[in-house]
Design a protein around this ligand. Sequence first.
Ligand SMILES: Cc1cc2nc3c(=O)[nH]c(=O)nc-3n(C[C@H](O)[C@H](O)[C@H](O)COP(=O)(O)OP(=O)(O)OC[C@H]3O[C@@H](n4cnc5c(N)ncnc54)[C@H](O)[C@@H]3O)c2cc1C
Length: 357
Amino acid sequence: MKVVIIGAGVAGLAIGWRLAQAGSEVTILDRAQPASGASWAAAGMIAVTAELADASAPEIEFARYANSLWPSFAEEVEAASDRVIGFSRAGALILAADEAGLARLRKQTSEPGLEMLDAGQVRALAPMVTGPQEGALWSPKEARVDNRALGIALSHAFQRAGGTLIANEAVVRIERQGGRAAIAHTPFGLYPADIFILAAGAWSGLLEEVLAPITPVKGQMIALAPPRGAMPPQQVIWGNGIYAVPRGNRLLVGATVEDVGFDTKPTDAARGSLRARAQALMPGLMRWTLAEHWAGLRPRSPDGLPLLGPTKLDGLWLAGGQFRNGILFAPAIAQSVTAQLLGKAAPIAAFDPRRLA
Ligand SMILES: Cc1cc2nc3c(=O)[nH]c(=O)nc-3n(C[C@H](O)[C@H](O)[C@H](O)COP(=O)(O)OP(=O)(O)OC[C@H]3O[C@@H](n4cnc5c(N)ncnc54)[C@H](O)[C@@H]3O)c2cc1C
């Protein structure tokens, strides 16, 4: 089977890698450098508790499944690429500012392994958290990965498995022939295939507005670097409208959620607000310096759920709409889409792209 994947983010790369391993002839085209979109901008959280408090049952099930795949997926990516991707299951503390917040968090403790901590226990676990808080939900299941390293590692794994990766070449049109997707056009060439997988993240809708109704949601983040002798907390910390993710000796703080189209300009207001919110929780951060400030675009579908599988156009498939959880979902997306394409699984009904008019 000859497959062309449009977009070399973690979704396109992970699917391409699995398909190449299964013997398909796969070409991935990216309009820029591989994994330089949302997969680069992300915080790398595998936030299987914090991000899913209000999620639907299929999304929770998919996220838990993805979380269960992560340890072996990370090991396999590292072995196949000879790169370290910084996967770690060090847990997350989800802080509550008041009694109402604690009550909301308590509802999640029916899940095995999660527990409520009082303010003293929070400080014992994360001594940097000296700002006001009433307690926290502790989720030892939460993990994280260095998403920038992951993107590069997947690019290597994919190519080592026999895949062709073409950077700096945008697909501008998918030509139809006889009622099916037939040829991807770029400014430099034509790429015929049996199957096309549109995995162009937030930009997918620009190529196929009707079949891939995906829109961008801007997110800004900052990275703080420690003064001599200081270290970030070991866990991911959620609270006061932000999350803080340790990455090496830095602390990443995110993220804004902005409906502003394809604008990716970092703003002074967002930088100031992220920093102030993090400092209120961890006053010691006042001595940390700003190391980086960036923005990326999350891919959102009309109902907020992923789009994984065939579209109404024969030969055109989608892997998109992961919104805030595309890193978390990556191993499960690769597995699901590959199994569907090889005829070994049906689309997940809630994520079937054909559910949308
Ligand atoms: C600030 C921020 C923080 C986030 N934090 C997390 C997190 O902690 N955990 C988590 O699970 N998720 C997180 N996310 C969400 C996650 O990053 C995305 O869901 C995920 O990266 C989407 O992956 P993707 O491969 O679909 O898209 P992308 O990584 O955006 O890749 C799409 C690729 O398609 C290419 N492309 C676009 N148009 C074309 C074209 N016409 N032709 C060829 N190529 C094209 C782009 O150049 C890009 O490389 C975050 C996102 C943001 C912005």
